[in-house]
Write a protein that binds this ligand. Structure first.
Ligand code: RFL
Length: 405
């Protein structure tokens, strides 16, 4: 006998339902609560998970200014460290770019994303913000109306919940419910760089006092400080490589080789605590507003991590969206929300352009191996690196784009 059980959905509401408790959702939640707007954040994962998920670390000066403006930067000022140098290692030697001393003299602040998320969450809860963990948004409905709703699975109840809102903010990343709920005709620009990285976190002090970019015939290798005890490394690997394919020893040997340890000194080794494969791809959804559904962060645009733009764009979009929503509630019209998409897309495309340039600088472009393409592209890359090493104008351009969003 088959049993059919129909459940009545639980009914809940908020003026703004925010999907996702990453940097975008939590900055937005904080700003909405500060503006006195009723909102709730719905997060699929547990609090423990979002507070320990290691990802970004390099915050742009504009991001720090945004967080400062809203009193959300205490932790990063207390524990973050400023950083303004990168070092390129190539077959022609190495050169350093003190980008923090060029142009406007702006630097990154290194502060692990999980620490920022922990700070943002604490502030949000202190201010009385509502959040539901272990609550997965399944879909956004009626986004073309003024009463959109989100259906969620409830952690401790068989029945789904229907969250009705005036607006839904999709800050639930690339694979979230907001993207899945977009109208079929939505434009999604997608580009696959064709390159993959093994992303590693090592329990090892940094090996150089700079971001390290190694351009090598065997593939790219990168070194990024996270804290005095933790370093992030990237190692280009063939597409389809499983994350556990290489032993720790093979990884360190390969990093030594590509970072040219013989010439520049060995890397400080340690236990590899996290590894994952990242296929370098990017995409942009246009527009970012679909009626009452608005996208921000990775849900709006995914950038390859080559130029560390993702978290910075997420925070920029969240501030812009908070301002537009505040104005919409205050004036009772959507004019500010109409402008949100174009304003944020301009920043997204500029970051995409620089990330694309940076990805081309650091890698062999796959698919160019036939008909001499590989040699041609390798030579272009060398010329580009030489120009970056010697041309002040090129360095100024790099500095402005590298720290900017
Ligand atoms: P997040 O951080 O992915 O948060 C989305 C949240 O939504 C939840 N979620 C759902 N919740 C409810 N219902 C659903 N259906 C849901 N689906 C998902 C998820 O659990 C999650 O909590 O997106 P947000 O807020 O847009 O922030 C984007 C940034 O996290 C991302 O762009 C950066 O981490 C990218 N990135 C970097 N960005 C930088 O600016 N600087 C860096 O140095 C930098 N390094 C990196 C990075 C990304 C990396 N990965 C992930 C490839 C290094 C790495 C390795």
């Amino acid at each position: 006998m088959t049993e059919t059980r129909t459940f009545q959905a639980l009914q809940k509401s908020a003026d703004v339902v925010v999907l996702g408790a990453g940097p975008a959702g939590l900055v937005l939640g904080n700003l909405l609560v500060a503006a006195g707007i009723d909102c709730v954040v719905l997060e699929r994962a547990t609090r423990q998970h979002v507070q320990t998920r290691a990802r970004a670390g390099f915050l742009a000066p504009n991001t720090v200014r945004i967080l400062d403006r809203h009193g959300l930067a205490d932790g990063l000022h207390r524990h973050g460290r400023t950083h303004g140098t990168c070092e390129f290692r190539t077959e022609e030697g190495s050169f350093r770019l003190d980008y923090g001393a060029l142009g406007r003299g702006e630097q990154h602040t290194v502060y692990p994303q999980q620490n920022l998320v922990t700070d943002l969450l604490a502030r949000y809860l202190d201010a009385g913000g509502r959040i539901r963990f272990r609550t997965e948004a399944l879909a956004v409905h009626d986004a073309d109306s003024t009463r959109p709703y989100v259906i969620t699975g409830e952690p401790d109840d068989d029945r789904p919940t229907r969250w009705t809102a005036r607006y839904v903010a999709g800050c639930d990343g690339r694979h979230g419910a907001a993207r899945r709920s977009l109208p079929a005709a939505t434009v999604r620009h997608h580009h696959d760089h064709g390159v993959s990285w093994l992303g590693l976190l090592a329990e090892a002090p940094p090996s150089l006092d700079a971001v390290g970019y190694a351009v090598h015939d065997r593939g790219f290798a990168g070194h990024m400080t996270r804290s005095p005890q933790i370093t992030r490394y990237y190692l280009q690997c063939p597409r389809g490589t499983p994350a556990d394919a290489w032993s720790d020893e093979r990884i360190w040997d390969e990093l030594d080789l590509r970072m040219r340890a013989v010439e520049h000194g060995p890397l400080r080794r340690g236990r590899i605590t996290e590894r994952g494969v990242i296929d370098l791809a990017c995409d942009v959804v246009e527009p970012l507003r679909h009626g009452s559904l608005l996208l921000a962060g990775d849900a709006a645009s995914l950038t390859a991590p080559a130029a560390a733009k993702g978290a910075n764009l997420a925070i920029l979009a969240a501030e812009s969206l908070a301002g537009a929503l505040t104005e919409a509630f205050a004036r009772g019209d959507d004019t500010a929300l109409d402008r949100y998409s174009a304003r944020v897309l301009a920043h997204i495309w500029r970051s995409q352009e620089f990330t694309h340039w940076m990805t081309g600088l650091l890698h062999e472009i796959p698919g160019q191996e036939h008909s001499g393409g590989s040699f041609f592209h390798a030579s272009l890359r060398r010329a580009r690196l030489r120009s970056l090493r010697t041309s002040r104008t090129h360095q100024l351009w790099f500095a402005e784009n590298y720290v900017g969003v």
